[in-house]
Structure formats: C-alpha cells, structure tokens
Design a protein around this ligand. Structure first.
Ligand code: PEP
Ligand code: MG
Length: 886
C-alpha cells in the first residue's frame, strides 16, 4: 500500500520530491542530532492525490493518527488532553521553497478545554488565551478564507485599551469569544473543538492552497511546475512567546545580500515564528541575542557551522527559543542575491568545502546578467529623503504607486510603496522596478520575495508615513504623492526624491576591461568563476556583431569570433538610396552601377570587422531580408504621392518608388522573397557581397593581418539553392587575388533544411542554426506578431512556461537541431555547427546546445559573458531541461 506519512526520523534531504524541501531538511537536521521538535511529514504524493480527486487518499488520516500516537508516546503528552495538551504546528513545504506562498497554522489542539491545561502547564494564562486566539485567526484565515483584518481590527481595539504590559488574560479570553463569533458568522458553524478535526482540516487546506491564485502566480514567475504539489509538516509546538527568555528568529550563515562571512539575522524576543517573517514587529539584529541569551547564542552558532559544513553552502534557518531552550524549526540552502551567489561560491572553494566545478553550479547565467545592471551615480546626488534597509540590491527609479493593482497596470517603471507586503502584493512586485516598505527587516516578506526575483527592494524605512488610501507618503514635512518619481538603492537602503542617474555595474566595468579583477570581492569572484567556465567549457562563444565597434566590444567580453554579421544592417541610413537604385534599376547597366557603388562601402565594413576580430572567425551572412524593407513603407509613399497629386505636382521619384513597393508587396514577407531566394533572383547582389568580403580579406592580409571570414547563406531549404550560390561565390573568390581560403556555409533555419541536412552538408562547410526563424517556421508563429498578441494567453494557460523565442523548445525545434547535427556530421565528418539565433545568449538554451554537441553559440556582445558562464556550467553539470533560473 502506498505510504503517505514519514516521521522526521525516517527521512533525509535526498527525498525532497516526496517530503518537500522543508520536510526533507527537517528530517536531515533530525538525523544530524540537532534539536528539532518531533513531527512527521505528509508527502507530496498525498497532495497530488488530493488535487486529482478533491479528497484525501484513502487511509491517509489513519496513517496520520498512527504517527501522531508515536509522537504522543515520545513526548508523553496527548492531543486534546485537557491537563497537559500536545499542540501542533502545521506547515506546508513543496519541493521548491515558495516564501509566504503557502499556509501555516499554529497551536492546533487548543479548544475550550485544553486552553486551561496550557495555562496551568505554562503558568501563564495570558499566553494560553493569546495562543487560542492566534489559532482561531490562522485557522479561520487559512481554512475558511476569513479576511485577517477582521481579527486584526478586534485585536487592535483590545490593545488600545490595554495597559503598557499588554492585554490581560481576561481581555484575551473575551477576545477569543469575539473571534469565535467572527468565525461562526463567516463559516456558518462554530469553531471546531475536536483537535483531530482541526488537524485534518488544516492538512486539507494546505493541500488546497497549492492551487491558490498567489501560489500559481509565484510558480509561473519562478518557473516551478504546477503539478508538484506540496508536502505538509506536522510538528510539536514550541513557543517563543513565553516571556523574555523566549523568542524566535531567522538567521543566515553568511550575509545573503553581499555574501560577506559571519552569522547574520534577526531576532524577536517573546514572539512566535510567523511574527518575524510577517515583519509585524521590528526585530533586533541577531548579535543582540548574544547579550540576551549567550548560551543559546553560542549553541546557535555551533549549529549553523554544522549546517553549513554539512550542506556545503549558505543555509538559512528559523529557530525558536522556549524558556532558554533552543529549537530548530527549519533550514534550507538559503536564497541569496546574485552578488552573494558569486562571492559565496568563490569563498566556499577557498574554504575547501566545494570544488571549482561545483562553484560553477552555484551561480547562474541569469544572476550574472543581473550583476551587469547599472547602479546609481551618486556624484552630486541630493541628500536622501530617507534611509531604510537595503534588502535586495539594484538601482530602481520609477513613479510611486501604492498598491499592487496600480503597479501591475502601470506602463512605465514604478516603485511599489507599501507599509509591508504580503503574498497578495505579488503581481505588483513582479511588475514594479522596485519595492519600498516602511516596516520589516531583511527577512520580511518584501525582502525575501524581492531577492528571489531579483527585484530592487528597500524595506523598513520607518521614517515613511504611508497613507495608501490617500495615495501619499509623508517624510517629515515632505509629502510624496502617487505618480512622483523616486529612486531607491537596494544596497544602501537610501531613498531619493526624483531621478538619480545610474552608472554601469562594477561587474560590467570589469568585463569591459575598465576595472581590475581584484577591484572588489564580487568582481574577483566573477573573474574566477568565469575563468573556470572558460577552462572547462567545450562550447565556443562568438558574438552577433555588425560593426567594428560591436565586434571589438564582443572580443573584450570574451567572444572568440563573430558568429553572425547581418549585412542588411549595413544597407541602412544614407546607403538606403543606393539600395533604392538597385531595386529601381532599369536594365543590367544601371543595376551593375548600383552594385558597384555599394561594393567599396561593404568592403570597408568588412575590413573593419575583420580587423577587430583578427585571427578569429567572422561569419558574414549574405543579405537576408526582403528588399522592399529598404524602401519607404507603402502607406507613407501613398500619402506622399497623393499629396503631390492633390497639389497638382509631379510625385517624381516617389511615384516610381510607389510602383516598386506595390509590385514587391507580399502578404507574408517573412515567407517570401528573402534570404537565398534574393541571391538567386537579383543578379549580381550576392556576387557583390562575396567580392567585398574577399577583397576586404585580401586587403587585411596585405596589411599583415590574419582575417578569417566565412560566408553564410540564409534561409536555405534545398541543397540546390546552396549549390547555386556556392558556385557563383567560388567563381568570384577565385577571381580575387590574395584572399585567404573562405569557407561557405549555410544557416539552418527552416525545417526543410534541418530535415535534409545530410544533403545540404555536402555543399556546406559549416552550419549555423538560425533559431529565430527555425522557431517561427517550426511552430508557424510569426516572430513579429505573436509575442504581443496571444503569447500572454498561452503562458497563462501553461501551453509553454516561457516563450519559445526566448528559451529553445528542446522537444520540437530541438529535435530538428539534433537531427540536422547528426545527419550533417554523418555526411561531412567534422562539420562545424553553431547557433546564431537569440537563443544563443539564453542560459537554459546554451545548456541544450552544449548537450546537442554544437561547436559554438553566437549571441549579442553583452550576453557573451553570460553564455560563457552557461557553457561552463553545462560542461560540469549537464542539466538539459532544468531551468538555469532556479
Ligand atoms: C535566425 O533566424 O535565428 C537568425 C539568426 O537570423 P535573423 O534573426 O536575422 O532572421
Ligand atoms: Mg533568420
């Protein structure tokens, strides 16, 4: 029979699929002999069964009861015992951590009878009634969706009338009565008194919350599959709210913002765990615990060192101290900023905890991309308006909005300003450039979630008096209204009125060769890890570059060649008129004159790029787009001609152009006269480009250079197309003195080319996958239209988790790629194969290309370092199909 429940002493961290991350780590800590309250985990299998049928699987609650009895025996306490009641905490925990997303219910087991037992045993009647009201509130909210404000409102009223020591036991008992009435009014029956019923309802509601809207939004954002389900952890309660010698905290084994070594965290005396994460009261730095309770503080330090050695990574923990006794409630490999990820990975190598290869698996291309973002240029900056806690780094500038909906609806960049955030703010946090709160520390909801998604965040800016209803925030006597621009610095926590200019990141400056590798710990870490990636990667990284400047920049960023030089970009601007001449040419003589005028310009372009990439391959693609793209748009020409005619003037050249545009008009230009087809029907066009390449190369050779041009033919679908172009090209090349050998290859960017790659390879010295067009033509997705039209709906419906124009569709398009690589290499052993579509710079896609055996990827210059890192990661830990971003 299937098993759905495991005691903490039965599991270990390798079983996160079944026990969830939290359950697996609780089991691991239990195994390590650390002080974890006894408990058990209900598996994700049980949740999946529940989600499939709407009911818990048969036998689940019997199994839960059996485990519960074991815990009761171990602790010699029973659930529902009015004299010495066992109380339980129920917490969700899926495979991947989803901070604030799922539900927690504490103090299960309290009822009208057991509350007296708790009071007697703890010797604290106020605590007992306070726990009971917490249970009704959490249970009411989680199981029955009762708005938390309803309870909060009553609590605030009681607190307002209470003395400085807080509400009395009597007041809290009355509050419990009020809470019960709120509960009964919303739910239609009384608060359940049977502890086992409370427990089973809590477990069910954790299962159901997997599909809550905010959980689904978070998963989509983080690309976590929808079908994993969550586990449920049931644990004996320990109390941090039993007076000044009790408390609760969150800690990191290193600073999750910068990676700096040293224990770091927040502590809240006389409080329950959820109070810290919710940012309800302001915490004190963890070091303060050293003063309050030196024994627990020392023990905590030892445990954190044990965990870090054991997990060989930064860990974060939640702990509770109950009357001087330390308990571990959770640990996991902690989330961290991109900067901390690099710094920590390098430190752990130095400390001998991980190898350099492993260090590569600890950082992602997406994190490196984030580090290349700019930061504020503070020279001459005004005094900040206020300073909060820098919770997630970055420099964000935007208009102030006060609620999630406004952030989600805004068109330009916005800063979401909230007293504190909760999971309902998620859509706004995703949409905003930055998040600013007036309450809570680095471990508040806002901080944790923003860090996870790489959003700039400043929290706990207590000088801010936020009135979201009126849409304004006051700082001193300055009032900032919705729509005003502010700038926030997620490193230093500073907040400015107005726009502060931004400057490039130190990592970007280092990569551009402007900063020394030892400039700071982050730059040094990036330098080391990229160096190691370069040493281990098998995949080459080239750049898509059309100008000497871009080629030079790409080379400085580590590109070892140009994988795609789009020659159409050289036909723009003033040269457009030369293309017009070519298109409008009347007869061979005019056409040849037009081509002759283009030739020296192209030659100079190529010479510049070949010089910038001296000694490295430069793949020059013959003209690809339809020629009418170089003419004025039909509507504009029509209007110009109509205007001239209305004035009785001769439209002149515009009239001729209009005729040409009409003649060349295509309903589907992407599938029309473009690529190799142009070369075959516009006499002399490709020959001119080939000659320009050869002459530029010959010129470079004469100047002592080492030019390595390659000629690439776009949009080939049949080997005969390529053969015809190649024949002509070779004739031209043979006629240019002093040019080096120039290979001629083809793009593989239509399905027929991939399907007949074996034939095509007979005529091609190399292949380069044009994955933009290959995606377009494989899916029949117009690349210029679909992302703006229906992709939103497709992503929403989970047809695919991310646009196939962004991350390679490994199953469909990827299959064509694998087939073409295999058949191409079978026909021509040693065939060089690369990719030059946008996917070449996408970390997840790079992993796929490495696995598919490509020789290189080519991407935009700025993504070269990201591709280098991703290629290194792929070499040490092939992970096709696993997201880089997690
Ligand atoms: C491609 O199609 O992937 C490609 C690189 O060419 P372009 O984007 O210029 O069509
Ligand atoms: Mg293309």
């Amino acid at each position: 029979m299937a098993r759905y429940v495991y005691d903490f002493i039965e599991g270990d961290r390798s079983r996160a699929d079944v026990l969830g991350g939290k359950g697996a780590n609780l089991a691991e800590m239990t195994r390590l002999g650390l002080p974890v309250p006894p408990g058990f985990t209900v598996t994700t299998d049980a949740c999946r069964a529940y989600l499939a049928t709407g009911a818990p699987p048969a036998g689940l609650f019997e199994e839960v009861n059996a485990h519960l009895r074991e815990i009761e025996a171990r602790l010699d306490r029973r659930l529902g015992d009015p004299v010495d009641p066992l109380l339980l905490a129920v917490r969700s925990g899926g495979r991947y951590s989803m901070p604030g997303m799922m539900e927690t219910i504490l103090d299960i087991g309290l009822n009208d009878a057991t509350v007296g037992g708790l009071a007697a045993r703890s010797g604290d009647e106020r605590f007992a009634w306070d726990s009971y009201r917490r249970l009704i509130q959490m249970f009411g909210h989680t199981v029955h969706d009762i708005p938390p404000e309803e309870f909060a409102h009553e609590l605030a009223a009681v607190r307002a009338t209470a003395g400085p020591a807080g509400p009395s036991a009597g007041q809290l008992r009355d509050l419990v009565d009020t809470y019960k009435k709120i509960f009964a009014r919303h739910v239609g029956h009384d608060f359940p008194q049977a502890p086992h019923e409370q427990l089973f309802l809590a477990i069910r509601s954790v299962f159901a919350s997997w599909n809550s809207e905010r959980a689904r939004i978070y998963r989509r954002q983080e690309r976590i599959p929808d079908d994993l389900g969550t586990a449920v952890n049931v644990m004996a309660m320990v109390f941090g709210n039993l007076g000044p010698d009790s408390g609760t905290g969150v800690a990191f084994t290193r600073d999750p913002a910068t990676g700096a070594p040293g224990v770091y965290g927040d502590y809240l005396a006389d409080a329950q765990g959820e109070d810290v994460v919710a940012g309800i009261r302001n915490t004190v730095p963890l070091a303060e615990l050293g003063r309050l309770d030196p024994v627990s503080f020392r023990r905590l330090g030892e445990i954190m060192a044990t965990l870090e050695r054991h997990y060989r990574d930064l860990c974060d923990i939640e702990f509770t101290i109950e009357r001087g006794r330390l308990w571990m409630l959770q640990t996991r490999v902690g989330k961290r900023t991109a900067a901390a990820a690099f710094v920590i990975a390098a430190q752990l190598v130095d400390e001998g905890l991980i190898t350099a290869d492993e260090a590569l698996t600890r950082v992602t291309g997406a994190q490196l991309a984030q580090l290349m973002f700019p930061a504020f240029d503070l020279t001459g900056a005004p005094e900040p308006l206020a300073v909060g806690v820098g919770a997630s780094p970055g420099a964000a500038v935007g208009r102030v909005v006060f609620d999630s909906a406004a952030a989600a609806a805004a068109t330009g960049p916005v800063i979401l300003v909230r007293r504190e955030t909760n999971p309902d703010d998620l859509p706004g946090m995703i949409a905003a450039a930055g998040v600013l709160t007036s309450r809570g520390g680095k471990t508040s909801h806002a901080a944790v979630v923003a860090r996870g998604m790489g959003r700039t965040c400043v929290c706990g800016a207590e000088a801010l008096r936020i009135d979201s209803e009126r849409g304004e925030v006051a700082v001193g006597d300055r009032v900032v209204r919705a729509g005003e621009v502010i700038s926030i610095d997620g490193d230093s926590g500073r907040i400015w009125l107005g726009e502060i200019p931004v400057q490039p990141s130190p990592v970007a400056r280092y990569l551009a060769g402007e900063l020394d590798a030892e400039a700071d710990p982050l730059v040094a870490a990036v330098h080391r890890l990229l160096g190691h990636a370069d040493a281990v990667r098998k995949l080459g990284v080239r750049a898509n570059a059309d100008t000497p400047r871009d080629a030079g920049r790409a080379r400085r960023l580590g590109a070892t060649g140009v994988g795609l030089c789009r020659t159409e970009h050289m036909f723009l601007g003033e040269r457009r008129s030369l293309v017009e001449r070519l298109i409008l040419a009347d007869g061979p003589a005019e056409r040849e004159a037009a081509l002759a005028a283009l030739l020296p310009l192209q030659r100079a372009d190529f010479a510049g790029i070949l010089a910038a990439m001296d000694g490295l391959p430069v793949t020059i693609r013959l003209l690809d787009p339809p020629l009418h793209e170089f003419l004025p748009p039909l509507a504009e020409l029509t209007a110009r001609v109509a205007r001239a005619e209305a004035l009785g003037e001769d439209p002149g050249r515009d009239g001729t152009l209009l005729d040409a545009v009409r003649r060349m008009h295509e309903a589907n230009p992407m599938l029309g006269l473009r690529g190799v087809r142009l070369g075959l029907v516009v006499p002399g066009l490709f020959a001119m480009q080939v000659r320009a390449v050869a002459e530029a190369a010959a010129e470079r050779v004469r100047a002592g250079g080492d030019p390595r041009p390659e000629i690439m033919v776009p949009l080939v679908g049949d080997v005969r197309e390529l053969a015809a172009v190649r024949d002509e090209a070779e004739r031209v090349l043979a006629g240019v003195d002093g040019a080096p050998e120039i290979p001629i290859g083809t793009m593989i960017e239509v399905p027929r080319a991939a399907l007949t790659a074996g034939e095509i390879a007979a005529e091609a010295h190399f292949f380069s996958f044009g994955t933009n067009d290959l995606t377009q033509t494989t899916w029949a997705f117009s690349r210029d239209d679909v992302e703006g039209s229906f992709f939103g709906a497709y992503l929403e419906r989970g047809i695919f988790p991310v646009s196939p124009f962004e991350r390679i569709d490994a199953t469909g398009v990827g299959r064509l790629i694998r087939l073409a690589v295999a058949e191409g290499r079978a026909a021509r052993p040693g065939l060089t194969v690369g990719v030059c579509g946008e996917h070449g710079g996408d970390p997840d896609s790079v992993a796929f290309f490495a696995e598919a055996g490509l020789d290189y990827v080519s991407c935009s210059p700025y993504r070269v370092p990201i591709a280098r890192l991703a290629a290194g990661r792929a070499a040490v830990a092939p992970t096709t199909g696993t997201s880089d971003s997690r």
